[in-house]
Design a protein around this ligand. Structure first.
Ligand code: ZN
Length: 462
């Protein structure tokens, strides 16, 4: 995955930075191309340095279906069913998705990636399952839609981890795909070719781009398909939706006599390669067993709230040293601070406590933010998620001039930003060393936003 970006060395100087060893004052970070080459503390700013307030590792957004951004706000009316649910929402999503062309997907994806960067995310993991034309017709190029996600990343400059998704069947009983699902479908043989096509497409991006694999869910792949995914790219990140909905739990129990977590752990060796998306329907023993594997829990608190999925047991998970990261999933709202706040508030509401995910050493904001940076990088295949030599330069700087951050330092900056402030405090963002957000605004905002508005107008007119 190579493309010449013209190696350039830049020096950033921050009043304070969250480094691998904790907070440091007067920090000079040298960025050489896509990576950090040096970190010095206790320094004074030099002429030519970019001067910053608080510098942080920018977490990867570890789960996105970019196209769903365009239906945000369109699913809040009650349908004819007694209960609107994830499953009624999914029907609407399928209908909406059938209108989308490759041009639409590219424009929407670029817009989503831009919003992620402006929110302070440093990279995006696209869980990409919209592969084919309406009716399931394969495009002239099998990897057409993967190319469009890559083209969007060229516009936005975001560090991309592309996860082409294997979607084979309509349920655990291996029923055929429904009409809303045939644009996703591949057998393992064609999926292998699609992965090759996606890998070729990623060569257009800088060297920090990553290819991973994603069996969609236990209900959408066969046991053989799951194993094929594991073997096709043995060292790449592997993501799967797991234990999101009660109906999914009931379906796996009916099919195999096992709940989803138990089923997955019996089928494959779950380890640090894995990122398990949602985990909102787990029993305590499942939480503890899965946390011990070193896999990342891919949490999407805003979407999980929106869809009524349930509440992840973050207290037990982090108590067992489980790793986690944040994804914006349906992209109904893209906000890093709100995801983290929602995660902790969900625990507080359930347990009737405060500061649920704080530890004796770390404040709530620090535990949330640092956890998401470390787990997000692991899940995205982007190293350690720290400000340290050799790591990718995924960095976010906060404007300390805002009212909420006045006079704050150390963990209090993160607490005030996440619980009292919002993403408007984001000033500068670098993704793989690319300076994509400046003064809170993405470098290509005008053109990317114009492209998105055109798509929205066309879709509204249909
Ligand atoms: Zn998802």
């Amino acid at each position: 995955m190579k493309a010449s970006t013209g190696i350039r060395v830049i020096k950033l100087w921050a009043e304070q930075a969250l480094c691998a060893t904790g907070w440091a004052q007067g920090v000079t970070v040298t960025v050489d191309g896509t990576r950090i080459s040096a970190v010095e503390t206790g320094t004074q700013p030099q002429p030519g340095d970019t001067r910053l307030g608080t510098l942080l590792p920018a977490p990867a957004n570890l789960h996105s279906h970019a196209f769903q951004r365009a239906m945000a706000g369109m699913t809040e009316r009650r349908g004819p069913n007694a209960h609107d649910s994830f499953w009624t929402w999914r029907q609407l999503m399928y209908q909406f998705m059938d209108q989308l062309t490759p041009d639409d997907v590219q424009a929407i994806t670029a817009f989503v990636q831009m919003e992620m960067l402006e929110a302070g995310y440093g990279a995006s993991v696209e869980f990409h399952y919209l592969h084919h034309a309406p009716g399931g017709v394969v495009y002239d190029a099998l990897g057409e839609m993967s190319q469009r996600v890559v083209a969007a990343a060229q516009e936005s400059g975001i560090g991309l981890t592309l996860l082409p998704v294997l979607y084979q069947v309509g349920g655990c009983d291996k029923r055929a795909l429904g009409p809303g699902q045939i644009r996703f479908g591949n057998d393992p043989e064609r999926y292998a070719k699609l992965l090759d096509a996606a890998q070729s497409a990623l060569r257009a991006l800088p060297e920090d781009a990553v290819l991973g694999v994603a069996p969609h869910s236990l209900r959408a792949v066969t046991p053989e398909g799951l194993l094929a995914c594991v073997d096709l790219r043995p060292d790449a990140p592997i993501h799967i939706h797991l234990a999101e909905q009660m109906a999914e739990v009931e379906e796996t129990v009916a099919a195999w006599g096992q709940r989803p977590v138990q089923r997955l752990m019996d089928q494959v060796d779950v380890d640090q390669r894995w990122c398990l998306i949602h985990l909102t329907q787990m029993e305590r023993a499942e939480t503890l067993a899965l946390a011990a594997t070193g896999a990342v829990a891919g949490l999407c608190p805003i979407t999980e709230s929106s869809l009524g999925d349930g509440i992840f047991d973050g207290v037990a998970w982090t108590g067992a040293k489980g790793r986690f990261g944040i994804g914006s999933d349906s992209n109904v709202r893209i906000s890093l601070t709100e995801e983290l706040r929602t995660l902790d508030y969900s625990q507080r509401l359930r347990d009737r406590v405060r500061a649920a995910l704080a530890t004796p050493e770390l404040s709530t904001g620090r535990a949330l933010f640092e956890g998401a940076a470390l787990g997000g990088a692991q899940a995205a295949g982007r190293g350690k998620g720290m400000i340290a030599p050799g790591e990718l330069a995924d960095l976010v700087a906060l404007d300390m001039g805002g009212v909420d951050l006045e006079g704050r330092a150390g963990d209090c900056v993160l607490d005030a930003w996440i619980f009292a402030g919002d993403d408007r405090a984001v000033s500068e963002v670098w993704s793989g060393g690319r300076h994509v957000v400046s003064g809170g605004v993405h470098r290509n905002r005008d053109s990317i936003e114009a492209g998105y508005r055109l798509v929205m107008k066309r879709l509204q007119a249909l």
